[in-house]
Design a binder for this molecule. Structure first.
Ligand code: ADP
Length: 392
C-alpha cells in the first residue's frame, strides 16, 4: 500500500501539486496544471523529475484534481490518500495555525475573500473540488498569513480610524509558509541563530521580507495585501496611497483597472518595459532593465534596514525564493551597502551558491536557504491525521 498525503496550491488558472509519503522530506511526485479553463495542460513528474503522467483539455480545478489522482493511481495502483493539504492565502485574524476544513470553516474562509479577491476564491475552489472528489479524506488549510499573527499591535495596524482595524483592515503579512519553513530549518540546523534576530528575504516572483525573533514573526514588509513592501515581478510594492487617489480622480481609473496596473503591470515588468523575470533582466543589457534591477536592490536594502530596526538589530540575513536562492548578482548587490549592519559577503561562497555566504569575520551571518512551502503543507496534513513529524 502506498500511503501518502497530497498538497495542493490552487491559483486562478493553475494548480501545483505534490505527493508526499507518510514521513520524510522528499515528495514521491509533483505536478503542475497550467491554463486551466483554456486548453489546460497537466504534467506529473516523479522524484527524479521523470514524467509519469500528463493530461490535456483541463477545464476546471475539479477536473485537474481528478486528473492528478488518476495520474498518480496509474503509477501507484495501491495509492491510499490519507489527507489533502491546501495552501490558502488568507486566514484572517483567527487562524494562527493550519486547520481541518469542514463546511462551516469553508464559509468562514469565504468571508475573507474580499481581503484577497485575486487568490482566496481560487484557493477555496481547490478545497471544494478536493472535498467533492474525496469526501472521506481530511482537508487541511494552511495559511500564508498565520505565521505573522504574532506581530505586536504597532506592526499589525495602520494609522487609520480604529473602526477600520476592527473590521479587518490590518497588516496581515504573507509568504508565511515559506517563513515557517525557514524558521524551522534554522531551529534544526543553526539553533544559535534561530533564537536570535533574523531577517528573511523571500525574493521570488512575489517578494517580501520578514523579521523573526526567537522563531516568531515580528514584522513583515507585506501588509493588508500582497502588494505592499518590495517591488515584485509585476507588483508595485509599497506605494503612496496618494497615487491611487490620483489615478482615480485625475485619470478616471476604476478599481479593476488600478488592480490590474498594480498587480500585473508594475514591478520589474513595469520599470523595465521588458520582463517580470529577473534572469531575463540580468541578461538584457538595456538601461531600463538595469534601472529596474537598481530599484529592486535599493528597496531590498531599505527593507532589510526596516526589518532590522523592528528587531532592534540583526544576527542573520537569509535569502530564499527563486531570486534569493539563485541570483548571485542580486544577493551581492543587496549586501554591498549593508556593511554598516555587519553584513559582508564572501564572494567565492556567494558565487558557489553556498549555504553560508558571509565572510568568516562578519558580525552578521548571511545564509542562502532553499525554501519549501509544500513540505510545510504536507507536514500539516500529516499532523491532521496523527502522523508523527519526520525527524529530518
Ligand atoms: P514564485 O514567487 O512565482 O514562486 P520563484 O520563487 O520561482 O517565483 O522565483 C522566480 C524568480 O526567480 C524569477 O524572477 C526568476 O528569474 C528568478 N530566478 C530563478 N533563477 C534565477 C537565476 N539563476 N538568476 C536570477 N534570477 C533567477
Amino acid at each position: 500500500m502506498t500511503r501518502a498525503v497530497l498538497t495542493l496550491n490552487a491559483g486562478s488558472s493553475s494548480l501545483k501539486v505534490a505527493l508526499y509519503p507518510e514521513a520524510g522530506t522528499e515528495p514521491l511526485a509533483s505536478g503542475m496544471a497550467d491554463r486551466i479553463g483554456a486548453e489546460g495542460v497537466l504534467t506529473l513528474k516523479d522524484a527524479s523529475g521523470a514524467a509519469i503522467g500528463a493530461a490535456g483539455d483541463i477545464g476546471s480545478h475539479a477536473a485537474a484534481i481528478t486528473a492528478v489522482i488518476e495520474g498518480f493511481r496509474a503509477h501507484w495502483p495501491d495509492l491510499e490518500l490519507l489527507a489533502i493539504g491546501h495552501r490558502v492565502v488568507h486566514g484572517g485574524v483567527a487562524h494562527t495555525a493550519p486547520v481541518s476544513v469542514d463546511a462551516e470553516t469553508l464559509e468562514d474562509l469565504a468571508r475573507l475573500s474580499p481581503f484577497a479577491p485575486l487568490h482566496q476564491p481560487h484557493n477555496l475552489a481547490g478545497i471544494r473540488a478536493a472535498m467533492a472528489a474525496f469526501p472521506g479524506v481530511p482537508q487541511v488549510a494552511c495559511f500564508d498569513t498565520a505565521f505573522h499573527r504574532s506581530h505586536p499591535w504597532v506592526n499589525d495596524t495602520f494609522a487609520l480610524p480604529r473602526a477600520l482595524y476592527d473590521e479587518g483592515v490590518r497588516r496581515y503579512g504573507f509568504h508565511g509558509l515559506s517563513y515557517d519553513y525557514i524558521a524551522g530549518e534554522l531551529a534544526r540546523s543553526a539553533p544559535h541563530l534561530a533564537t536570535g534576530r533574523v531577517v528573511v528575504a523571500h525574493l521570488g516572483n512575489g517578494a517580501s521580507m520578514c523579521a523573526i525573533q526567537d522563531g516568531r514573526s515580528v514584522a513583515s514588509t507585506m501588509g493588508f495585501s500582497a502588494l505592499d513592501g518590495l517591488p515584485m515581478g509585476t507588483r508595485s510594492g509599497q506605494l503612496d496611497p496618494g497615487v491611487v487617489l490620483y489615478l482615480m480622480d485625475q485619470k478616471g481609473m476604476g478599481a479593476g483597472e488600478i488592480s490590474d496596473l498594480l498587480y500585473k503591470q508594475s514591478g520589474l515588468l513595469g520599470l523595465s518595459g521588458l520582463s517580470n523575470d529577473m534572469r531575463t533582466l540580468e541578461g538584457a543589457g538595456t538601461p531600463e532593465a538595469a534601472e529596474a534591477i537598481d530599484y529592486f536592490v535599493f528597496r531590498c536594502q531599505r527593507e532589510v534596514g526596516a526589518m532590522a530596526a523592528a528587531l532592534g538589530g540583526i544576527d542573520a540575513l537569509v535569502f530564499c525564493g527563486g531570486i534569493g536562492e539563485n541570483s548571485r548578482l542580486i544577493r551581492a548587490r543587496i549586501c554591498e551597502r549593508l556593511g554598516w549592519m555587519g553584513i559582508e559577503v564572501d564572494h567565492a561562497a556567494n558565487a558557489a551558491n553556498a549555504r553560508v555566504i558571509s565572510s568568516d569575520l562578519a558580525r552578521t551571518t548571511v545564509l542562502v536557504m532553499p525554501t519549501n512551502e509544500e513540505l510545510v503543507i504536507a507536514r500539516a496534513a500529516r499532523a491532521a491525521v496523527g502522523l508523527m513529524e519526520d525527524a529530518a
